[in-house]
Design a protein around this ligand. Structure first.
Ligand code: WTA
Length: 665
């Protein structure tokens, strides 16, 4: 709670509040009746939400909580996720609607209707079958942000295979861990993607991931589960080829018949696994169901984003994260949205790229992350001001707490003071938005996610699990099961229970601190554990520490998240170099540069420490636990906090003196 207490002290009193515009409220999908209905009968509320999906066989039971904390929702019904996201629109006469305006980073564009996607997913489903993938098999997807990523996910869902999308920024090692844990049978990848004007190779990383890494490494054997690698040609770059294992998408998928009957699965059939950082070193394979997950994603997308017939919706997340799963692929497609899908970075080839896209496609709803907003603030408002952003009518934020200043800038510069902002709090675990204003209904306050969405019950509690009073802070918990809740950690029920359900009796603990203001509205205060949030991406300190100590120069490493103006938090590592290792450079900066590259290779660029400080000691408690709180003080350049529980109280002075003498980068 150190973190929370600290943030609480710093949280200035925010008194600004924005009431919904009457014109927006008059046409909003959500009404205050929604809260009333859910309040009277939560399960009935969710039943109605689920009935908006297309069911092959109807369900009779809403919730089965007898195996708590594993829930089953709508379990005796059957359906198919791809049928809901694609076939249904074609069947009901909406086949000509544009599903995606795809924009490649180099400027290539493609318009895909629901009918086009329908054709492609059926071919892809047949392609997967021809490669021996069947219902229940796991498929790893490691692709750039291109239409094939969406098609690949939906094709898996169509045949009842379970996709595990691995963000393209992850390293070969991270990919291997995830493939092994899920025992994936197939990897779908591309030759490469376009990133900052370059061709970023992906296929070589898959080759590296699947290979033996040699005696004495974590992977002495080649990957045992993968039978084929299906490769999309995106950049056209040279690609090494393993005959018999590797197949081109254009050979295995394109010639297939565009006819495939979806596999009807039970509501609890796993739809996907998505790996996320845990407080221990190994990533957790969180898995989601079909019926409950889709209900949560589609329902929240409809009421929080107020989607209408003529909207053009753009969620800037990557499909490799949960936001891409729930708010690019499943939620919006089930609702028949017309979307923008953009492959590249916001500043390629210029810093106005996003606003140019908003202008060109007349985007009406934009959903992005605070780190992006702060980056645009840094680049200056003159850039967005050059473009016509008047099509926008609703703005969303996700991934980390949004600071009031960024919120106000987003509202004024991007939203022209007319668009409501929905600050949406949720997690990979929750599957769908849990806390958010409803546009047209809820008044908003800059920096607050406001209240739980209808049908969701959250509380802020103290150490003993008792609700705190308004005006106080504590731990954010969810007190009732909800349809899109994770069903577990792949292959590890025990870890699921101990990670989420052991802190407070009968309550899901989300890992975040929160405050209730005097009106009872919620302010998210960031993580209370050792998970950092860098540019909206969750990283564990342990994961990076493990990587650092795997380097022969490093004896010990302690990693903390320090606040950063742009990325929210940044990775700061304190390392002790080994006295006995040969060839350790004298120069701290040289050490830092080598170690940063090492982490990039092992985990991926997101995990690369912003700062590495070479120190002689790290502060520890008598029981040997690293006191990250004190290191955070150093990293954020604050006076050192309470040191009474330190085993050696002089160590903090030693660290500070050492750093002042110039041992860091
Ligand atoms: C943080 C992303 C404050 C939070 C959807 C959570 C937020 C973690 C918000 C989940 C928000 C997400 N305000 N914090 N609006 N949205 N977070 O699993 O710490 O990648 O626990 O899911 O991001 O990250 P994840």
């Amino acid at each position: 709670m150190d973190n929370v207490a600290h943030t609480l002290e710093n949280l200035h009193h925010e008194s600004r509040s924005f009431r919904p515009h009457a014109a927006f409220a008059a046409h909003a999908n959500a009404t205050s009746y929604e809260y009333k209905k859910a309040g009277v009968d939560r399960l009935q509320y969710w039943r109605e939400a689920a009935l908006r999906l297309a069911w092959r066989t109807p369900f009779t039971e809403i919730l089965d909580w007898s195996d708590a904390p594993v829930s089953r929702w709508f379990h005796d019904g059957t359906l198919n996720a791809c049928d809901n996201a694609v076939d249904r629109h074609v069947r009901e006469g909406r086949g000509d609607r544009v599903a995606f305006h795809f924009v490649g980073e180099p400027g290539d564009t493609e318009t895909l209707t629901y009918r086009d996607i329908h054709e492609r997913v059926q071919k892809a489903a047949n392609g997967l079958l021809s490669l021996g993938v069947g219902t229940g098999d796991r498929v790893a997807i490691y692709l750039p942000q291109i239409p094939e990523a969406v098609v690949a996910m939906l094709a898996c869902a169509r045949i009842g295979a379970i996709h595990s999308v691995v963000f393209g920024g992850f390293s070969a090692e991270s990919l291997r861990q995830r493939i092994d844990d899920a025992e994936a049978k197939l990897v779908i990848t591309a030759d490469g993607g376009n990133r900052r004007g370059q061709h970023l190779a992906l296929k070589p990383l898959v080759d590296e991931a699947l290979a033996s890494h040699g005696e004495g490494t974590a992977h002495p054997e080649p990957c045992a589960s993968v039978e084929h690698v299906l490769v999309v040609r995106r950049t056209g770059q040279e690609t090494a080829w393993t005959e018999g294992r590797d197949v081109w998408w254009h050979d295995a998928v394109d010639p297939q018949p565009a006819e495939h009957e979806p596999v009807w699965v039970e509501a609890e059939h796993p739809l996907f696994i998505l790996y996320t950082s845990g407080t221990t070193g190994t990533p957790k394979g969180l898995w989601h169901s079909t019926g409950g997950y889709l209900t949560g994603a589609a329902h929240t997308h409809r009421i929080v984003f107020d989607l209408k017939e003529d909207d053009v919706y753009w969620c800037t997340a990557d499909v490799g994260w949960i936001t891409g799963h729930s708010y690019i692929v499943y939620g919006p497609m089930i609702n028949g949205a017309t979307q923008v899908l953009y492959e590249g970075t916001p500043n390629t080839p210029h810093e106005g790229r996003w606003w140019e896209i908003v202008e060109q496609f007349k985007v009406t709803i934009l959903y992005t992350a605070p780190t992006a907003i702060r980056t645009f603030m840094k680049w200056g408002e003159a850039i967005p001001n050059q473009f016509d952003l008047s099509s926008l009518r609703l703005l969303g934020s996700v991934g980390e707490p949004i600071n009031p200043e960024a919120w106000m800038w987003y509202r004024r510069v991007i939203g022209g003071d007319r668009c409501p902002i929905v600050d949406t709090w949720w997690q990979t675990e929750t599957g769908a938005i849990m806390i958010s204003p409803l546009p047209g209904v809820t008044s908003t306050k800059p920096g607050s996610a406001m209240t739980p969405t209808p049908g969701i019950s959250v509380e802020v509690v103290d150490d003993a699990g008792r609700p705190v009073a308004n005006g106080e802070g504590g731990y954010l918990v969810i007190t009732e099961p909800w349809p899109s809740m994770l069903r577990g950690i792949w292959g590890n029920r025990h870890r699921y229970v101990s990670t989420y359900w052991n802190h407070f009796d009968g309550m899901y603990f989300a890992g975040d601190g929160a405050k209730k203001d005097v009106d009872g509205d919620l302010w998210l205060l960031g993580r209370v554990d050792d998970v950092m949030n860098v540019s909206g991406h969750r990283l564990t300190t342990t994961e990076i520490e493990h990587s650092l100590v795997a380097h022969p120069w490093v004896a010990e490493a302690a990693v903390v998240g320090a606040s950063d103006e742009v990325t929210g938090q940044a990775v700061v590592a304190f390392v002790i170099v080994r006295g006995d290792a040969h060839g350790v450079p004298e120069d701290g900066e040289e050490v830092a540069a080598a170690l940063r590259e090492h982490v990039r290779r092992q985990i991926g660029s997101l995990a690369k420490p912003r700062t590495i400080l070479v120190v002689s000691e790290v502060p520890k408690t008598r029981s040997g636990k690293i006191m990250r709180r004190l290191l955070r003080d150093v990293a954020e350049d604050r006076p050192t906090g309470d040191v009474t529980t330190l085993a050696d109280p002089t160590v903090m002075d030693a660290i500070r003196t050492g750093l002042e003498a110039g041992a860091g980068d």
